[in-house]
Design a binder for this molecule. Structure first.
Ligand code: FE2
Ligand code: FE2
Length: 511
């Protein structure tokens, strides 16, 4: 006896056969439904998705058994068909098996043969379902793995949309994010829609499908829009009669959601829409399920990406502030560290470092003089010139900075440690603290060695006037290959226009 009542559909135009099989299979504990022909059978299959086995005669009027199997598979690909046939059509039955029928039984019936066929078919059906589930789980695992590996929000949103389109076989779709004020939806990615619509903002009101989904925070699934004429007006140019729209919701957290300083207290992050399933087919419950899962994983990934961005920008702020504090203490007031950071990034890019390496340098460069916190004020801010022993103390800011930073984790601060140590090394080996020479000096050290001096010479200080660009150029031309890496100097001045634009963008603050 089966654990759960399996549903079997018996299709035969002879009443006596239908009755016979009903009795036999009911006695075995199955639920039996009957249909006199293929048309009726299809109707039943459409309405009842739980049917696992179809017993069908081959020769029937209106639609034969093989046609029925074909059409039924389009509706529910998981059921197992068994053909019933007389000796006269045995060859046809064998052909049917080749075409997708699982088995055949011969009329007149032998009871044990029918039982064997049914139990085999049930086992087969169980395997099919298990495989389908396994495939679904594997696919969903892949989706979640891929989604969570993307950090960039824009890329992430496009990936979520593309994944949704792929898994639901939709040809059109869009994703709208909730704007910072929490009152609007902005179209950020779309497929199969006019691209000039990207960037459009609509109010988060029940005047659009996306608006309704965002407000209710529940999916909106319409299998056939004709059956819901009241929502037809919301959809313009819908080729297909079916669509699904799901919300991407923020994960509830007790303290973050109610934080009064949060910019966007809305619990909804975005709305994901798909329409126009391939071949004009309607979307199914399983499409809805997949879309919900994509939506859930997508929401978590977006939140993570935003959190990481926030942490990174906080880190950047801290690094700049620390750099500025140091500069202020050593009377290097103003935006010196910001400019050095930007110049260094430009120079790094121009000499062919990767965008990532250039960005790391930009973040790390402001800390080049962080070791000055360990130099006594009396020496650091001495108005006159320094004695040799005082200068020896000043030099230690490189080692102090390096020691402060070298214990930290993370590539930015590790890079900052190198820069702190090596930004006063000279290309000719006469620098400090280690007297490294030429390419022994880390590329970050050689770059900041140039950008730091370039910037310091060009601004007014209490103890000196700003040098003109000509004077600075002359100095660098003279020190090319002595204090500075000659190749880097050439590339730096070849891009001087870009450098000067940065200087204008970050002017000295008025004291
Ligand atoms: Fe320094
Ligand atoms: Fe500096």
């Amino acid at each position: 006896m089966p654990e759960k009542k399996e549903k079997i559909l018996v299709v035969d135009d002879e009443l006596i056969i239908r009755e016979l099989l009903t009795d036999l299979l009911t006695e075995e504990g199955f639920e039996v439904i009957t249909a006199p022909d293929g048309e009726d059978a299809l109707q039943i299959i459409k309405e009842d998705k739980e049917i696992s086995i179809i017993f069908t005669d081959i020769l029937m009027h209106r639609m034969d058994g093989i046609q029925l199997i074909h059409k039924a598979k389009e509706i529910n690909p998981n059921f197992v068909p068994i053909i019933m046939t007389g000796y006269a059509t045995l060859e046809t039955a064998r052909a049917a098996v080749k075409e997708g029928a699982y088995d055949y039984v011969l009329k007149p019936f032998n009871i044990s043969e029918i039982k064997t066929a049914v139990y085999n078919a049930i086992e087969r059906h169980r395997l099919i379902l298990e495989n389908a589930r396994l495939k679904e789980i594997t696919e969903l695992f892949k989706i979640s793995e891929n989604i969570s590996s993307i950090r960039d929000e824009e890329q992430l949103l496009r990936f979520i949309l593309n994944t949704a389109l792929e898994y639901t076989e939709a040809e059109r779709g869009s994703i709208l994010i909730v704007t910072e004020d929490g009152k609007h939806l902005k179209l950020v990615a779309g497929t199969g829609i006019p691209q000039e619509l990207i960037g459009n903002v609509i109010p988060m009101k029940p005047t659009s499908i996306s608006g309704i989904v965002a407000l209710n925070m529940e999916p909106f699934f319409v299998e056939d829009i004709e059956s819901q004429p009241e929502i037809k007006e919301y959809i313009i140019g819908l080729k297909n009669k079916s669509f699904i729209s799901v919300p991407l919701k923020r994960k509830k957290s007790d303290f973050i959601t109610h934080h009064p300083l949060m910019d966007n207290p809305s619990d909804i992050i975005a709305v994901l829409n798909v329409t126009d399933k391939r071949n004009n087919a309607p979307f199914t419950e399983s499409d809805l399920k997949v879309l919900r899962i994509i939506g859930n994983h997508g929401a978590v990934a977006i939140e993570n990406a935003r959190l990481i961005r926030e942490i990174e920008s906080a880190q950047r702020e801290i690094v700049f502030t620390l750099g500025e504090i140091v500069e202020t203490r050593s009377r290097e007031t103003g935006s010196h560290v910001k400019r050095v950071a930007e110049y260094s990034k430009v120079l790094a890019s121009k000499i062919g470092l990767s965008p990532k390496e250039a960005e790391i340098l930009r973040l790390a460069a402001p800390l080049h003089d962080v070791g000055k916190v360990g130099i006594p004020d009396a020496i650091l801010n001495k108005p006159g010139s320094l004695t040799p022993s005082e200068f020896e103390i000043i030099k230690t800011h490189t080692i102090i900075g390096h020691d402060m930073l070298k214990k930290t984790k993370g590539v930015v601060l590790q890079s900052a440690a190198i820069i702190a140590l090596e930004h006063h090394e000279r290309y000719d080996g006469n620098g400090y603290p280690q007297g490294k020479k030429g390419k022994e000096i880390h590329i970050y050290g050689r770059i900041v060695g140039i950008t730091d001096v370039f910037d310091a010479l060009g601004v007014d200080r209490i103890y000196k006037k700003a040098w003109s660009l000509e004077e600075i150029k002359d100095y660098f031309a003279d020190q090319r290959g002595k204090q500075f890496d000659p190749e880097l100097v050439d590339i730096f001045f070849a891009n001087i226009e870009e450098i000067l634009q940065i200087r204008e963008r970050f002017p000295e603050k008025q004291q």
